[in-house]
Design a protein around this ligand. Sequence first.
Ligand code: 13P
Ligand code: SF4
Length: 349
Amino acid sequence: MGDACSRLHVDSGMSAASPNGLASRIKALAKERNAVILAHNYERPEVQDAADYVGDSLGLSREAAKTSAEVIVFCGVHFMAETAAILSPNKTVLLPDLAAGCSLADTITADQLRAWKAEHPGAVVVSYVNTSAAVKAESDYCCTSGNAVEIVKSIPSDQEILFLPDIFLGAHVRRVTGRQDFHIWPGECHVHAGITPFSLARQREEHPGAELLVHPECGCATSVVEAMSAGAIPSEGVQVLSTEGMIRRPAESGKREFIVATETGILYRLRRANPDKTFYAASDRAECQYMKMTTLPKVLHSLEAMQHHITVPEDVAARARLALERMVAVGGSAPQQQLAGVAGFDPGE
Ligand code: 13P
Ligand code: SF4
């Protein structure tokens, strides 16, 4: 039996532990368990290949909300699995590695948000989806990079807003919407904050004809957009995009080269979808160790052992759900918005 098995692996060139072998076992077990595998654009290439759906935070939330599968294996980070559990309370949501957290989500706790709200009674709270369920439960709206501008625009213009936790995305949204009474929590993602104006300038010098795709979480986004507004650098050839907006952009652009200012995991999908175009990382060091914790053996083990089951207490989930449902409902049909000083901003999914 064992011999027959190893012969089969040799003959097909596929061992049970090879990426293809693991992916086949994952697919078969997922079918048996009626499970769907969702993966973020930053996941490892082989994990993306094994997934049923790969996308940005907004797309994954929507997929989690509408799937008919009984089990969701979330190849992403903890807050994403929590979001899926809140949006699909009757499904079993599994996170292959419990340690897959998020430095940005960790910058604010529910207690800190309650204290901030007490300083601004009556303010509307808009939370980026990179937050814990407890923080979402204290929020009026959630948003992603794909629809943050649209969400804020949907709120009456004289309303005071508390935006959290990302300082760069917040600055971008404030600039684009022109909101006055808009307070921003000083949180940041260590990966995106590490993509500095300096690293970006170096890549632009080396590839002067390339279009620049910038994620609004980047430490460089603020200065790039500010420099464009001030006319210091040309706005042409700069796009501020969610990860899914970045995936769509090359097919729409006449450019052949792109500098990509976000986590480097996205390069795999970009290169596969556009073999005739060239992509450069704004910073080779922009790698999220949390996203990379998910490996194929862990995905397989997650399905075998039905681990790690992510749950959110119902009282917290009920309060967070409203804010999340607003997020999932906004964005998608809106056309690209032309912004002052920015060549393009894609509202995402
Ligand atoms: P999006 O996929 O929403 O663009 O967000 C990027 C991110 O950093 C997720 O952690
Ligand atoms: Fe969090 Fe940053 Fe990693 Fe995204 S890239 S999961 S924001 S630490």
